[in-house]
Design a binder for this molecule. Structure first.
Ligand code: OAD
Length: 235
């Protein structure tokens, strides 16, 4: 399929779904998880993004999340985010994202399902109270106003299940789509990596945007960054 045919498929679609990963935010200055310059390069994930790491060093893990919040707070959505938001303002569709940065929402996307939680929320480890949180430093580690339990970041860590709400909603959103645009994911972290494959039908047109395409099953792979490819595809 050519780019022009992909644009036609999008123009004829009754519902377009976007499935995004860390590469969606690269051009906003937020490092990806894997690959050169990836977030995990300088840090071992098992030292920071696991329940065990948090249990043994909550201060270190919170400091890392506060640092990430600071980086994301300084970032702005790029032309690719804006093209998706603009498209969804005018057409039926939605976003399923593995990202926790909230940039799709900040760019104005009406419907975003967050599979891996959000940097901008915290959850009580005892009573599960969840609340918004934009702190970029904690002189004292945060405790729950309701039960006094310790708060943890509102994200999914290695070895944890995906939150049941988003995990239930995501396949429904993807199944509605006649076109699924997969952007910026290495498609290695399960179960999110398999979600598009499970949800699509044979008739679904899957398009991938990634300078280093990784997603099998796409009829068109656009080997460009999201900021360049998405406006060309959508506007
Ligand atoms: P990865 O870091 O694994 O992959 C990022 C992908 O983005 C790679 O395939 C890059 O080629 C691509 N990429 C880089 N620059 C890009 C650009 N400008 N435009 C488009 N694509 C670009 O990120 P994810 O697949 O999202 O999970 O990682 C999945 C999960 O692994 C994350 O959600 C996180 C991590 O562990 C949790 O935190 C639970």
């Amino acid at each position: 399929m050519s780019l022009e045919q992909a644009r036609e498929a999008i123009a004829e679609a009754s519902y377009v779904a976007f499935f995004t990963g860390a590469g969606m935010s690269t051009e906003s200055g937020i490092p990806t998880f894997r690959g050169s310059g990836g977030l995990w390069e300088g840090f071992r994930p098992e030292e920071l993004a696991t329940p065990g790491a948090f249990a043994s060093s909550p201060r270190r893990v919170w400091d890392w999340y506060c640092w990430r919040r600071q980086k994301v707070a300084e970032a702005v959505p790029h032309a690719g985010h804006l093209a998706v938001a603009d498209y969804l303002e005018r057409h039926p569709g939605g976003v399923v994202t593995q990202n926790v940065d909230g940039l799709h929402q900040r760019s104005g996307c009406p419907e975003v399902i967050e599979l891996h939680g959000s940097l901008w929320r915290r959850r009580c480890q005892v009573c599960d109270l969840e609340e918004p949180d934009d702190s970029t430093e904690y002189p004292e580690l945060p405790v729950c106003s309701s039960c006094g339990g310790s708060f943890r970041p509102g994200v999914v860590w290695f070895g944890e299940s995906l939150p049941p709400g988003p995990w239930g909603q995501a396949p429904k959103l993807l199944q509605r789509a006649d076109v699924i645009i997969v952007v910026g994911t290495s498609a290695v972290v399960e179960p999110a990596a398999s979600l598009v494959g499970w949800s699509r039908s044979e008739a679904t047109t899957v398009i991938e945007v990634n300078p280093d395409p990784a997603h099998g099953g796409a009829v068109l792979q656009i080997a460009q960054g999201a900021g360049e490819a998405l406006p060309r595809l959508l506007l």
